[in-house]
Design a protein around this ligand. Structure first.
Ligand code: C5P
Length: 208
C-alpha cells in the first residue's frame, strides 16, 4: 500500500506521515529531506545558489549524512525551496522517490508532489494543510524550542514566500490531487490531526 501525504511547509504532514507509517507498519520517506540534501550539498560546495547548472551538479547526494541536523535548518530549507523549482533537480530525485514508492509492500511518502507526480496511483492520498498564521506559530514554537531566536512576522513572511514558490512553480507545483482527502489541521492538536489521518486511512481501506 502506498500512502501519499502532501501539503505546504509546517502543515504537520511530516508528523502525520510518520505516525501513519508506524500505525500501518510501513516504511516512511520524507521527500523534502532529499531537496534539503541537495541544498546542503550546494552550500558545502560553495556554489552559486541561484544557478540550475550548479544545483543539478549538487544532486549527487551520496556523501550527505541524512542525520546531519543542519538539514533541518531554516537556511537549508530556504535554499531547498529555491532549487526545487528547477526541473532538472526534480528529475534527478524522481527515481529514488518512485523506487521507494514501488518497493514490495509500498510505503508512506510525504512531500509536495507525491500524490500528483511521484505516486499518482497511491491507494491513499492526504493533503494536509493549515492557515499560514497557524503554520507560522507552529514553526516559531519549534524554532524557539531549539533555542533559536526568531520573530513571528519573519517566520510568517518566510512561510508565505515558500507557499508562493511551491504553488507557483511550473514543474510539479504544490497542489491537492483531485482524489486527495483534505485534512485541515488549523484547529487541531497534533494528536487530533494524527487520529483524524489514521481514521481517514482506515475508512479508505475499508471501502477498498
Ligand atoms: O518539506 P520540507 O520543508 O522539508 O521541504 C523543503 C523544500 O523542498 C520545500 O520548500 C519544497 O520547495 C521542496 N520540496 C519539493 N517537493 C517535495 C518535497 C519538498 O519541491 N516533494
Amino acid at each position: 500500500m502506498v500512502i501519499a501525504v502532501d501539503g505546504p511547509a509546517a502543515s504537520g504532514k511530516g508528523t502525520i506521515a510518520r505516525a501513519v507509517a508506524e500505525r500501518f507498519g510501513l516504511p516512511h520517506m520524507d521527500t523534502g529531506l532529499l531537496y534539503r540534501a541537495v541544498a546542503l550539498n550546494l552550500l558545502q560546495m560553495g556554489s552559486e545558489l541561484d544557478s540550475e547548472f550548479a544545483a543539478t551538479r549538487a544532486c549527487d547526494i551520496s556523501q550527505i549524512d541524512f542525520a546531519d541536523p543542519e538539514l533541518k535548518s531554516e537556511t537549508v530549507g530556504g535554499i531547498a525551496s529555491r532549487i526545487s523549482v528547477y526541473p532538472s533537480v526534480r528529475a534527478a530525485l524522481l527515481e529514488r522517490q518512485r523506487g521507494f514508492a514501488g518497493q514490495p509492500g509500498g510505503g508512506v511518502l510525504d512531500g509536495r508532489d507525491v500524490g500528483t507526480v511521484i505516486a499518482p496511483d497511491a491507494e491513499v492520498k492526504l493533503f494536509v494543510t493549515a492557515t499560514a498564521e497557524v503554520r507560522a506559530e507552529r514553526r516559531l514554537a519549534e524554532l524557539q524550542q531549539r533555542g533559536m531566536n526568531a520573530h513571528y512576522e519573519d517566520v510568517l513572511a518566510d512561510i508565505r514566500a515558500r507557499d508562493e514558490r511551491d504553488e507557483g512553480r511550473a514543474a510539479a507545483p504544490l497542489r491537492r490531487a483531485e482524489d486527495a482527502h483534505l485534512l485541515d489541521t488549523s484547529e487541531m492538536s497534533v494528536d487530533e490531526a494524527v487520529a483524524e489521518a489514521v481514521r481517514l486511512v482506515e475508512g479508505i481501506l475499508k471501502r477498498g
